[in-house]
Design a protein. Structure first.
Length: 138
């Protein structure tokens, strides 16, 4: 079962286009109903720094490239850049890697959501700690 929540919002790509039903400013935080539903539990909230310090080895994504989600199966694969985490510290920059997984597994693997939500555009997200995903590349 997938939970869908109506937001009744509209958007237009430019002043020259007609207004249509579309997400306008969706965001995620630890209190978002849909995040709690998909993760199937209450999530802890912490600063981005605290989330990084809690990771022994991992990948801090700063940018995704391309699009690669199969809506039918939930499988996803994106190009990404970011910083490698070693022993709770941002260690070195990483470029041209692939992050892959499954949407349901990803949502169920959310361990914590950062308290660093900032609105810089139409979409916004805080730092999200996901317990396990596949990262491939050099």
């Amino acid at each position: 079962m997938i939970a869908l929540f109506k937001n009744g919002e509209t958007a237009a790509a430019s002043f020259q286009q007609a207004i249509a039903v579309a997400p306008n400013g969706p965001f995620a935080d630890s209190s978002a109903r849909w995040i709690r539903f998909l993760a199937n539990r209450t999530l802890r909230s912490a600063s981005a720094d605290e989330l990084v310090r809690s990771v022994k080895n991992g990948f801090y994504v700063t940018d995704f490239m391309g699009h690669g989600v199969n809506i039918v199966t939930g499988d996803l694969s994106y190009g990404a850049t970011g910083l490698w985490i070693e022993n709770g510290e941002l260690a070195y920059p990483v470029e041209e890697v692939t992050v892959a997984g499954n949407l349901l597994d990803m949502f169920q693997g959310i361990a914590a959501i950062g308290s660093d939500l900032e609105f810089r555009g139409a979409l916004a997200s805080p730092t999200v700690l996901i317990s396990e995903m596949t990262v491939a590349g050099q």
